[in-house]
Ligand binder design. Structure first.
Ligand code: ADP
Ligand code: MG
Ligand code: ZN
Length: 491
């Protein structure tokens, strides 16, 4: 790139933890219930109530931190972050400030055509979510009013703050995808961006070549709450272009928070960015410090499931092509499907190939995922075994798979019902071969006089007679044998 600057990106990712109850009270965290039906004096911010920390939320946060290679602090504490907004009835959020739960982690990303790149994670802290405002109108600007729903207030969140290590919108996309994949294997969150259980703010700045100051001091823009990974990427791309244009005109970039409009693909100014001191952080007096025993932390570490990097190595060692490995690893349900099927089948390449082509195509068409695939791993293995044994051709197997998707039936049942299956019985097939040879004596002569193409024609005739159920290479061999045999007899 010949531009006079480097792109600098750091992401702040919020992840709602999948606990049954909220972070500091017993209210349910279920999504989509009637507004304000999951509230109590604690999460409504009534005076005189006391928060009690949810142990399971701490466990899920620690699990996430360990999987992201962070160091978990044996001693962390909670702080009040004050701001006034109707989605926050206490007028402060309980979060963690100077002593977060975990620090110094990383995620590896694989930019295409480049080496693996490590993106640092600065910190992970635990905090409570705010409520949700539903504006009555097309947009906030012309809303006639706003309704407050506090079901989300107090739901446990972790905030994962990256180092400003990403250098393009593509790297940001890869980081988010990898982060989400790691968390998906931990089962700590629903990770649904459209429901807000995974949210991302992107910080973007341009560093002029030759700049030697600290990155923190570069004026940066924070793009808030974008609702899909694709839009995070679009927002960053727009922001890079916008800032580059300002710089090229010799104008300054102001530090601010910007929204993203997914229709126009543009970011727009929302407010100038508040600084930490604006929040008047101070230690939460109603909660004791969070002290974690190292034995307990190590027990959680030992209980981590296999994670994407280890899974990649395993899949590559099995001879599965790199491209397919990536698709499998990033889709936990697909990986689990493969894992269930694989022990029962000898050819992993064939298995993965069918999963990622034909099965995926049918799943997409029905808006389903591998987790609720109507053809279970065992059933797919049975189908693929029929191909391996030569009972079905690839083409026939596709037809069988379609029917299995429709009906949920096993491969063998479909094969029987449709009267499919390749004719592998040689003597049955030989009778058809003889009939075809008799009916096309002149073609046989052509073949004998050296026209190799004539044989292909004869194969085609046999396939037609058997409605495609014969194995072409077997037909080929039987035809040659029969022709040779005929010669000897007549000659
Ligand atoms: P804030 O309270 O301002 O959101 P945080 O510490 O929570 O601050 O997050 C700051 C984020 O900004 C981090 O993800 C960090 O990587 C990122 N960041 C820091 N400097 C830059 C920069 N020059 N350009 C882009 N992002 C940056
Ligand atoms: Mg922040
Ligand atoms: Zn409550």
């Amino acid at each position: 790139m010949s531009a006079a600057f480097d792109v600098i990106i750091g992401l702040e990712v919020h992840v709602e933890l999948k606990t049954a109850s909220k972070l500091f009270c017993g209210c349910s965290t279920a999504f989509g219930s009637a507004p304000n039906s999951q509230t109590c004096p604690v999460c409504l911010g009534m005076p005189g109530v006391l928060p009690v920390l949810n142990r399971e939320a701490v466990r899920l946060a620690v699990r996430s931190a360990l999987a992201l290679n962070c160091t978990v602090r044996p001693y962390s504490k909670f702080d009040r972050k004050q701001y006034f907004y109707p989605d926050l009835p206490k007028a402060y959020q309980i979060s963690q400030y100077d002593l977060p739960l975990a620090e110094y982690g990383w995620v590896n990303i694989r930019p295409s055509g480049q080496d693996v790149k490590r993106v640092g994670i600065r910190r992970i802290h635990l905090e409570e979510d705010a409520g949700k405002l539903n504006h009555l109108g097309q947009r906030l600007g012309d809303a006639v009013g706003s309704l407050v729903d506090l079901n989300r207030a107090g739901v446990p969140l972790i905030e994962i703050v990256s180092e400003p290590d990403m250098r393009s919108a593509e790297e940001a996309r890869l980081y988010l995808t990898e982060l989400r994949a790691v968390l998906s294997y931990l089962d700590v969150s629903d990770l649904r961006m459209e429901e807000g259980s995974l949210r991302c703010d992107a910080n973007v700045s341009l560093r002029p070549r030759g700049y030697t100051g600290s990155l923190e001091e570069l004026p940066r823009v924070e793009i808030k709450n974008v609702n899909s990974i694709r839009n995070v990427q679009r927002g960053i791309e727009y922001e890079i272009a916008r800032q580059a244009e300002l710089l090229s005109r010799g104008e300054r970039i102001v530090r601010e928070t910007r929204g993203f409009d997914d229709v126009s693909g543009r970011t727009y100014s929302q407010r100038s960015k508040e600084e930490a001191h604006d929040y008047r952080y101070f230690p939460e007096p109603d909660l004791p410090p969070l002290v974690l025993q190292s034995e307990w932390i190590e027990k959680e570490r030992a209980a981590l499931p296999p994670l994407p990097d280890a899974i990649r190595q395993d899949l590559i060692a099995r001879g599965i092509p790199d491209k397919d490995v990536e698709v499998l690893v990033l889709d936990r349900e697909a990986y689990q499907y493969w894992k269930e099927a694989s022990p029962a089948f000898s050819d992993d390449r064939l298995l993965v190939n069918w999963m990622l082509s034909d099965v995926s195509r049918l799943l997409n068409a029905q808006g389903r995922t591998f987790g609720d695939c109507p053809v279970r791993p065992r059933q797919l293995v049975e189908l693929l075994t029929l191909i391996q044994e030569g009972t079905l051709s690839g083409r026939m197997a596709k037809e069988v798979l379609d029917a299995m998707f429709e009906t949920g039936q096993d491969a063998k049942t479909v094969v029987k019902q449709k009267g499919l299956s390749q004719i592998t019985d040689e003597s049955a097939l030989m009778q058809v071969v003889q009939r075809v040879l008799e009916a096309h004596a002149h073609v046989v002569e052509d073949y004998l006089s050296g026209k190799d193409k004539a044989l292909a024609y004869l194969v085609g005739q046999v396939m037609k007679e058997t409605r495609g159920q014969a194995k072409p290479d077997l037909v080929n061999r039987l035809l040659k044998e029969a022709i040779r045999g005929g010669q000897t007899v007549s000659g």
